[in-house]
Design a protein around this ligand. Structure first.
Ligand SMILES: *Cc1c(COP(=O)(O)O)cnc(C)c1O
Length: 404
């Protein structure tokens, strides 16, 4: 077998290794257990594959199982795109779980700090609520999560830098990472206090711990570069999901090269996925991102968001209601609470019974809100000024009903 026969595949592998750990999205693809180098497949049809050098193969991998109809079945085919820059996974949950594993491996520490009310998917380490009394060790928030797992998740209230400082001094050399939604959108929409995010950046750096921004919700929504672009603070690791899949299941995590190089197969930290980086989901995501890029999408989102906010504020004022409204671009939350709402404790004091009445009145008027006080409204570029005006009108009526 001449090296010449796979010349182009070798060149592609070198290129891939520059931007993805081991050049792959799932370790087995790198051929470590069989030796040699993987051919780079450029075309597939039925049971036949062709690589970049024009070699033809009868395929018995079938995308590790899914291709029961053969490759590129006409009714299953969608646009196929390449060129991922980070490790792709299949959900936000996988992204945050993997980021935590990587942080623990890199720091050789076990504990993580998370903020009460921040949601990071359904990984065991994140389904932790505050223990009774002081914020020390967490307790499981779901049956099936062990106390041993919960003990490694330390909790602090969002916006409380002092609480995080205390955790660091009580757990010297034990905290692998601090993970947070830099703008939380899973306890309603909360605004980070001036200096809070920078304070976390400084604290984690000082204690040689990692800072993880979970931008599954905010990535490509508040800005193309997420909250980190908005506030100019760089975390060590970032997790993405939601928008980057364009409606199909995709997650991603990435960060500093020396950290990402620790992911298998270029490093020892194992993380895999049969359909990770699959072409359909990536094509949907890539199409969404390329339509956003270089368009006036973010300006439209800001205008629509600002109009909706202004309308809601005017309604509340006209009706003499003290409601706390938060908004970042196309994310908006109307708290049934006079404010300020700064963390989970205050968010929880919202009048959810009134919210329920408001929600049902909105639904009756054809406005489909998220069915919880603690979820945010997401605008899209498809919302028209007429949609916004109709929503503001319905909001006024629904508020009157909720407070009748
Ligand atoms: C939705 C969400 C997740 C979980 O993503 P899934 O794709 O549902 O697993 C994680 N973090 C944040 C901030 C989210 O909003």
């Amino acid at each position: 077998m001449s090296e010449e026969r796979w010349k182009k595949s070798r060149e592609w592998l070198e290129r891939a290794e520059q931007i993805m750990p081991g050049g792959v999205n799932s370790p087995v693809r790198a051929f470590r257990s069989v030796g040699g180098h993987p051919p780079f497949i450029c075309r597939a049809k039925g049971a036949t594959l062709w690589d970049e050098d024009g070699n033809q193969y009868i395929d018995y991998i079938g995308s590790w199982g899914p291709m029961i109809l053969g490759h590129a079945h006409p009714e299953v085919t969608e646009a196929i795109q390449q060129a991922e820059m980070v490790r792709l996974v299949n959900s936000g949950t996988e992204a945050t779980m993997s980021a935590i594993r990587l942080a623990r491996a890199a720091t050789q520490r076990s504990k993580i700090v998370k903020f009460t009310g921040c949601y990071h998917g359904h990984g065991d380490s994140f389904l932790i609520a505050a223990g009774s009394g002081a914020m020390t060790f967490g307790v499981p928030d779901s049956p099936g999560v062990t106390l041993e797992t919960a003990a490694n998740t330390l909790l602090a209230p969002y916006n409380d830098l002092k609480a995080v400082q205390d955790l660091f001094s009580q757990n010297q050399g034990e905290i692998a990472a601090v993970i947070l939604e830099p703008i939380p959108g899973n306890m309603g929409l909360i605004t980070p206090k001036e200096g809070f995010l920078q304070g976390l950046r400084d604290l984690t750096t000082q204690h040689e711990s990692l800072l993880i921004f979970d931008e599954v919700m905010t990535g490509f929504r508040v800005k193309p570069g997420g909250v980190q672009e908005l506030v100019g603070i760089k975390p060590d690791l970032t997790t993405l999901g939601k928008v980057i899949g364009g409606g199909l299941p995709v997650g991603a995590y990435g960060g500093k090269r020396e950290l990402m190089q620790m992911i298998a197969p270029s490093g020892p930290v194992y993380q895999a996925g049969t359909l990770s980086g699959n072409p359909l989901a990536v094509a949907a995501g890539m199409t969404t991102l390329s339509l956003l890029q270089g368009s006036d999408a973010y300006q439209i989102l800001e205008e629509r968001g600002a109009a909706l906010e202004a309308g809601f504020r005017k309604n509340a004022q006209d009706l003499g209601l003290d409601l706390h409204i938060t908004r970042y671009g196309s994310m908006l939350c109307l708290f049934f609470h006079p404010g300020p709402v700064t963390d989970y404790e205050t968010a929880k004091q919202s009048d959810t019974e009134r919210f329920g009445r408001y929600f049902r009145a909105m639904l009756e008027r054809g406005i489909h809100l998220p069915p919880s006080q603690f979820e945010v409204i997401f605008l899209s570029t498809a919302h028209t000024p007429d949609d916004i005006n109709a929503t503001i009108k319905a909001n006024r009526e629904a508020l009157q009903i909720a407070f009748a």
